[in-house]
Ligand binder design. Structure first.
Ligand code: MN
Length: 497
């Protein structure tokens, strides 16, 4: 055993994430940006690199990049430049990629996310605009086909500082970025369609020793959260083993083979490409005005991480419920609107709405979304239930106008008909049975029908209490308050001894 066996090692991970922007056309030409079209139908002279064709920057790309940058608290450069990055690859017909080199549009930002319920602020080095490449599809038999539909699609590449320390933390950061771009309407974040692809740089160092620049291994183009986590974990184990065995780590780019559950070397870093970067002479410097920055800033939505924190701090939601609600913007909007609607109901106000927030969350997540998902409706706004209707339902339950059991029935009806809870309660006479003498009569009759169970209970089989309560709830179609029923049944049983 070498002494290095005892050194605790710390993984150091940085991410580079390519995100396709939600634009109708490509970044430098007018071809459409659509996923899944027939191969090579979305091309034009600029995309295929015809001599004499000229790139024209899509203004929408700039707007989205500024929006993303500001949402991540980046500094937006007043002037940034486009550069040519030269390399030959069949899916890039010009022989170079238009990207941004030393002067990217956004720098020095932050990606906020929760990891193990704790808020992390990952420093973001830069965000730059660039064009996507086409796609090779290898057919076997030494044949490859090229589809240039993706070539020229607008990308923002988000580069993080190497300050992540586990595969799970890296995956959490990536999820947060996907959530953010979807909130901002900057990208659809569909990893399975390649709208988001992640590269991860991984090295190991003795715990806390920031002086060491260890050899880095780059994992390229990982396209699912699961694979990101698996690939990084594999790489950490591979490097740890090599470190302890005294085998030097080779600086290289590796590809994750998810079928084999291992990474394979793609190319060594030591013959690093000379990309011969220079400013693209066909594109003028990109100017971003103070006015654009102020306007974009004033239109920014609440950051999902802040929103989650607000749900915990102001609405006293459990962290897991808050986290689940803010996962999708429409879900968080629906919840927020329901709480607001609750405050506007008769005799209610902001304070009562805040105290009902956890109840609202329960009914929203477990009941409403539970039923809707069963009907393949993902977005509550696509259902017949409005936030106001959900608020009213929760109010009727918290006021004990109806029982929880009746509430579930009412909700099913609301989803079916779009009627409000009060209307349904009135129509179907689901209001809570509070009339004690009426309940006592029902209980008496029930006990008469089940003398054996009654006797067994009295001989000590106390579990049968549930049997009687259940029967009463059935008889009253769930309109009786189960607490009261329990007490009354207990009392009736003891009376009959
Ligand atoms: Mn790139």
């Amino acid at each position: 055993m070498s002494s290095s066996t005892k050194t605790p090692l710390e993984p150091v991970i940085g991410l580079e994430i390519h995100t396709q922007l939600l634009t109708k056309s490509k970044v430098f030409s007018r071809s459409a940006n659509v996923f899944g079209a027939s191969p090579n139908t979305l091309t034009d002279p600029t995309v295929v690199g015809m001599p004499g064709s000229l790139p024209v920057l899509n203004q929408r790309v700039v707007d989205l990049a500024v929006r993303l940058g500001l949402a991540m608290q980046c500094h937006i450069r007043p002037i940034s430049y486009f550069a040519r990055k030269h390399y030959f690859y069949p899916d890039s017909p010009k022989g170079y990629q238009i990207t941004q080199h030393n002067e990217p549009i956004c720098e020095h930002g932050t990606l906020s996310f929760f990891f193990n319920k704790i808020r992390q602020d990952l420093p973001i080095t830069r965000i730059h605009i660039e064009e996507d490449t086409g796609k090779n599809s290898h057919q076997g038999n030494n044949t490859s086909l090229i589809d240039l539909n993706r070539a020229g699609v607008a990308l923002c590449e988000v580069v993080s500082a190497p300050m992540l320390h586990s595969a799970a933390e890296a995956a959490a950061a990536l999820r947060a970025l996907r959530q953010l771009v979807r909130y901002l309407n900057v990208s659809d974040g569909n990893m399975d369609q390649g709208s988001m692809r992640c590269d991860a740089n991984i090295s190991l160092r003795p715990q806390g020793d920031t002086s060491i620049t260890a050899p880095r291994v780059e994992l390229k183009n990982i396209n699912s959260f699961k694979f990101v986590e698996q690939a990084i974990d594999y790489e950490i184990q591979r490097q740890t083993k090599a470190y302890h065995e005294g085998v030097p780590i080779v600086e290289e780019t590796r590809l994750w083979d998810h079928n084999k559950g291992r990474s394979l070397p793609l190319r060594k870093k030591d013959n690093a490409w000379d990309y011969r970067f220079f400013h693209d002479p066909d594109l003028p410097p990109l100017h971003i005005s103070e006015e654009t920055i102020n306007k974009t800033n004033s239109d920014l939505i609440e950051h999902p991480t802040d929103r989650c924190q607000r749900f915990v701090d102001i609405f006293s939601l459990s962290f897991s419920d808050a986290f689940l609600i803010v996962e999708e913007k429409s879900r968080a909007d629906f919840f927020d609107q329901t709480v607001t609607a609750f405050a506007l109901l008769p005799e209610q106000n902001e304070t009562t709405a805040k105290s009902a927030a956890q109840q609202i969350a329960n009914w929203f997540l477990s009941e409403l979304l539970g039923v809707l998902y069963g009907q393949h409706i993902i977005n509550a706004y696509d259902s017949k239930v409005s936030p106001t209707h959900l608020a009213l339902l929760v109010l009727l339950i918290t006021k004990r106008t109806i029982t929880r059991a009746a509430g579930k029935e009412v909700l099913i009806d609301m989803i079916k008909t779009g009627n409000d809870a009060q209307t349904i309660v009135n129509e179907r006479k689901l209001e809570c049975v509070t009339d004690q003498s009426n309940l006592e009569a029902i209980i008496d009759e029930l006990l008469k029908k089940h003398p054996d169970q009654m006797l067994a209970y009295q001989k000590g089989k106390e579990g049968l209490l549930g049997f009687f309560v259940g029967k009463i709830m059935q008889n009253t179609r769930g309109t009786a308050d189960p607490k009261i029923v329990r007490e009354l049944v207990k009392h009736a049983l003891s009376r009959k001894i």
